[in-house]
Design a protein around this ligand. Structure first.
Ligand SMILES: Nc1ncnc2c1ncn2[C@@H]1O[C@H](COP(=O)(O)OP(=O)(O)OP(=O)(O)O)[C@@H](O)[C@H]1O
Ligand SMILES: CC(C)(CO)[C@@H](O)C(=O)[O-]
Ligand code: BAL
Length: 283
């Protein structure tokens, strides 16, 4: 596995890679979700590369940039074991040179939900992903559905900028009990980890009830109440949206997604689930 630290080295290494390339951008602290993206990337191209970069541009003031988990040595060992061909670890100075003044802003799909809760977040994500894609020039880039709105923003950006890359979304990998894997789960105490299960459970229950034809408003209100009753301090949003533009849906129909963000202790978790669009007989 080639370990690359500068853009110049990356360009040289890229020219030397034979065949097609998959890219898996990450912020490190790797878990099975990331490794699933790497495996999927390997299945879709001749070579697979990953990036590890905790991108300061996508963190707001007062967010967790300083305490975000960093474990480079362990991450490199995991990627090597997974058969990753190349890993690029850029520095903020390389990606954001002095005088940096160009950002990529995606309107519409980035504005609600995470975009509203974390102003500037998606401009930071879109900018860094555009830069990573331009520098590594992959044929395929893979992102997790766990960050469902992020995936929609990146798809929109790649289409609008005409980037010559196929964007692939990979289903959320969960722990055996149902909690979505996330590097931020490392912040949870044992007690919070247990209570955090209320989030996927509430989404699963809401999914079942909406698919069974129950009124959406009532189901969403009860799901939020269940999350709070289980010990989350707050729910930023828990909503039914269309799966492409992430606009709120009052009536079920088409490709739908339940999306949520909630805070437990000092940890903000996000999750989402697909909702079956065929009305089912009440169970
Ligand atoms: N459980 C998961 N299943 C599938 N993909 C995932 C999962 N968790 C993260 N990913 C994907 O891995 C890529 C890198 O994500 P990132 O490094 O931010 O990890 P993370 O676990 O999402 O961290 P965070 O706690 O910051 O949300 C993103 O495309 C993200 O959607
Ligand atoms: C896509 C990404 C690597 C951009 O920094 C990040 O937002 C993430 O890890 O999901
Ligand atoms: N996993 C998404 C990146 C972020 O929360 O900043």
């Amino acid at each position: 596995m080639q370990i690359i630290r500068s853009i110049a080295e990356l360009r040289k290494a890229r020219r030397g890679l034979a065949g097609t390339l998959s890219l898996v951008p990450t912020m490190g602290a790797l878990h099975e979700g990331h490794l699933t993206l790497v495996r999927e990337g390997r299945a879709r191209a001749d070579q697979v590369a990953a990036t590890i970069f905790v991108n300061p541009l996508q963190f707001g003031a007062g967010e967790d940039l300083g305490r975000y988990p960093r474990q480079e040595e362990q991450d490199l060992a995991l990627l090597e074991r997974e058969g990753c061909d190349l890993v690029w670890l850029p520095t903020p100075e390389q990606l954001y040179p002095a005088g940096f003044a160009t950002t990529v802003t995606v309107s519409g799909v980035s504005e609600r939900w995470e975009g509203a809760a974390r102003p500037g977040h998606f401009a930071g994500v879109a900018t860094v992903v555009a830069k990573l894609l331009l520098a590594a020039a992959p044929d395929v880039a893979l992102f997790g559905e766990k960050d469902f709105q992020q995936l929609a923003v990146i798809r929109r950006m790649a289409t609008d900028l005409g980037l010559p890359v196929q964007i692939i979304g990979v289903p959320t990998v969960r722990d055996a009990d149902g909690l979505a894997l996330s590097s931020r789960n490392a912040y949870l105490s044992a007690d919070e980890r247990t209570r955090a299960l209320a989030l996927p459970r509430a989404l699963g229950e809401a999914e079942r009830r909406i698919a069974a034809g129950e009124p959406v408003d009532g189901v969403l209100a009860e799901a939020k109440a269940a999350v709070i009753a289980s010990g989350f301090e707050s729910v930023d949003y828990l909503a039914l949206v269309d799966a492409d533009r992430l606009e709120p849906l009052e009536q079920p129909g088409g490709a739908m997604r339940l999306i949520a963000a909630a805070t437990i202790g000092s940890t903000r978790l996000i999750d989402n689930m697909a909702v079956s669009s065929m009305p089912q007989e009440p169970r």
